[in-house]
Design a protein around this ligand. Structure first.
Ligand code: RI2
Length: 321
């Protein structure tokens, strides 16, 4: 797929889901690198940088997107010729797609162990990582489970979720987002995905997640997040906040009502922040961690330790002595 086509589909949410957009972006980088007809390494680098910028600019919240793009673009660091750079971009893009697919499977295996026979699970939005846990518990582990899936206004991603659950033959209840507290006492476990995990263990996910976490907290219901390590946000170490995407009013009001209420401003944030103290566990492909260990994932598995911090802030370690 062409770069602009992929960027456009991600923006319009035709391609959506934090993991899927990351994979689509690296595939687009790969295609772009292969199709670039340039001789000069510097020109190749510039072209790739602008492609990376276009892709990362499509949606601001899911950190999987810049993390994946950065992983692939690191291939330009050591390459001396266009050929070397191209090969490295292709190799890294393939590695990311392979590893991220494997990560989701691994999360499913680990997550399934946290689901007991007879559990009633609530999930919100459409997360392949969260669904991997539910599907593995039902399929491979053969546990008898029941699911409550929310509708997910305004884009109705819940429809995708109930389609998958139905195909798997899992008993499912489809509810409006606002019915969560009404049903919370029937739920044993909440499992959601993540678009970003901050260094303090707070999780950014589909709007409504924080309300669900609050209801679960009040009802003493376990709340688990399924998130690959590339959903952790390195720059939150430096105090950078995760930007919450706010989408257009047209997603809430039909076109015939556009401009009909001059005193009304439509607000449409599509993500919210669930504080770490509402989260029991984050399941990554490296294992399940308490949210308080988010720094460990960022430093050990994403390579963002003190050295990166110094580089980012131009701190010369010797000058500090
Ligand atoms: P996976 C989605 O965002 C949802 O918020 C979902 O929970 C999250 O990405 C993670 O999804 P959107 O693209 O990567 O629907 O687990 O706005 O599939």
């Amino acid at each position: 797929m062409l770069l602009t086509e992929t960027a456009d589909k991600i923006k319009r949410m035709e391609i959506r889901g934090a993991g899927r957009i990351a994979r689509a972006a690296v595939e687009a980088l790969k295609t772009h690198a292969v199709s670039l007809q340039v001789q000069e390494p510097e020109v190749f680098r510039r072209e790739m940088m602008s492609a990376a910028e276009i892709l990362t600019g499509t949606r601001p919240t899911a950190v999987s997107l810049p993390n994946a793009v950065q992983f692939v673009m690191q291939g330009l660091r050591t390459a001396k010729t266009v050929e070397e750079a191209r090969d490295e971009i292709v190799r890294r893009a393939d590695t990311f797609v392979h590893d991220s697919t494997h990560a989701v499977e691994r999360i499913g295996e680990i997550g399934a162990r946290h689901i007991s026979d007879g559990d009633v699970i609530l999930t919100h939005c459409n997360s392949e990582a969260a669904l991997a846990c539910i599907l593995a518990a039902h399929g491979k582990a053969g546990k008898e489970i029941e699911v409550y899936a929310t509708e997910v206004r305004p884009q109705n991603q819940g429809l995708l979720t109930i389609r998958t659950l139905n195909e798997a033959g899992i008993r499912t209840n489809y509810i409006v987002d606002s019915a969560v507290r009404y049903f919370i006492n029937e739920i044993d476990l909440v499992i959601v995905g993540a678009d970003a995990v901050a260094v303090n263990g707070a999780v950014v996910n589909k709007i409504g997640t924080a309300q669900i976490a609050l209801a679960a907290h009040e009802a003493r219901t376990n709340f688990i997040v399924a998130a690959e390590t590339y959903k952790f946000a390195p720059r939150t170490i430096f105090g950078e906040l995760i930007q919450i995407e706010e989408r257009e009013a047209g997603e809430l009001l039909p076109p015939e009502l556009a401009g009909a209420f001059p005193h009304v401003r439509v607000r449409n944030p599509v993500f919210d922040v669930t504080p770490a103290n509402f989260i029991d566990l984050i399941i990554t492909e490296r294992g399940a961690i308490p949210p308080s260990l988010a720094y460990l994932i960022i430093s050990e598995h994403l390579g963002w330790g003190i050295e990166e911090f110094q580089k980012a802030f131009h701190i010369d370690a010797k000058n500090q002595e």
